[in-house]
Ligand binder design. Structure first.
Ligand code: DC
Length: 228
C-alpha cells in the first residue's frame, strides 16, 4: 500500500497554525486539513438544535442524526452541515467557544477520529489542531508544536476577525483566547500538549513568512533525519 506523508501541527488558539499550515500545504502540494473546523461545525449544530455544549447525552443523540462533511474545492476546505455550506458561519467568536466546549466531550472526539484519520490514510496531508501529534496521528512523519505569546496571538486573531468585518477589541479577544487556552489545556480527554517527538516553533517574534520558512526547515530536517 502506498505510504502517504503526514505533517501534524498542533498548538494553542491564534498561534497562526492554519495560516502556516495552508501555506505549507500549497508549497508542498499536500492536502490541508483544518480539524478545528470540524469541531466548530459540531458546535454550530449543537447551537442550532438547542443541545448544551457539554451535554454528552444530548450530543450522543445529535451526532448520528446530522451530517458533518468535509469538501475540497478550488477555494480549499469547506464544511458542510446537513448539506449546507457553513464554512463562514463557523468563524464567529461564539462558535469558537462552542467548538472548544463540545471538543472537551470524549464522545465527540471519539466520533470524529475516523474522519480525520481516513484523510491521512489516503492523502499526503498537513493537519492542524490540538491533538494531532498526540492522538489523531501519533505516527505522523513530522510533528510541529506552533505557539506564540498570548499577546501576539491576540493581535493576530484580532486582525483576522477585523478583516472579516467582525467588530471586537483587544481585551475581548484576549479573554476569549485565555478561556479557550484554559479549557483546551485542562480538559481530561486529549488536552492540548506537545508530543514528545514534536519540534517546538515559537513564532512570537516572527513574521508570517519567517514562520512558514522555519516550518519548512523543520519538515526538511525531520525528513532528512529519518532517511539516515
Ligand atoms: O483551531 P480552532 O480555533 O478552529 O479550534 C476550535 C476549537 O476546537 C478549539 O478551541 C479546540 C477544539 N479543537 C480540538 O479540541 N482538537 C482539534 N484537533 C482541533 C480543535
Amino acid at each position: 500500500m502506498k505510504k502517504f506523508t503526514s505533517v501534524a501541527i498542533d498548538g494553542p488558539s491564534g498561534a497562526g497554525k492554519s495560516t502556516v499550515a495552508k501555506a505549507l500545504a500549497a508549497q508542498m502540494h499536500f492536502l490541508y486539513l483544518d480539524t478545528g473546523a470540524i469541531y466548530r461545525t459540531v458546535g454550530l449544530a449543537a447551537d442550532r438544535n438547542g443541545v448544551a455544549h457539554k451535554d454528552e447525552a444530548g450530543l450522543r443523540t445529535l451526532l448520528p442524526n446530522i451530517e458533518v462533511e468535509l469538501k475540497y474545492t478550488d477555494q480549499g476546505q469547506k464544511m458542510l452541515l446537513n448539506g449546507e455550506d457553513v464554512s463562514q458561519k463557523i468563524r464567529t467568536p461564539e462558535i469558537s467557544i462552542a467548538a472548544s466546549d463540545v471538543s472537551a466531550v470524549p464522545y465527540v472526539r471519539e466520533y470524529l477520529l475516523d474522519m480525520q484519520r481516513d484523510i491521512a490514510r489516503h492523502n499526503n496531508v498537513i493537519m492542524d489542531g490540538r491533538d494531532i501529534g498526540t492522538v489523531v496521528l501519533p505516527d505522523a512523519d513530522v510533528k510541529i508544536f506552533l505557539t506564540a505569546s498570548p499577546d501576539t496571538r491576540t493581535k493576530r486573531r484580532l486582525k483576522e476577525l477585523q478583516e472579516k468585518g467582525i467588530d471586537t477589541d483587544f481585551s475581548t479577544v484576549y479573554k476569549e483566547i485565555q478561556a479557550r487556552d484554559d479549557q483546551d489545556l485542562h480538559r481530561s480527554t486529549a488536552p492540548l500538549r506537545m508530543a514528545e517527538d514534536a519540534v517546538l516553533l515559537d513564532t512570537t517574534e516572527m513574521s508570517l513568512e519567517e514562520s512558514i520558512q522555519e516550518a519548512l526547515k523543520i519538515i526538511k530536517m525531520v525528513q532528512e533525519g529519518k532517511q539516515q
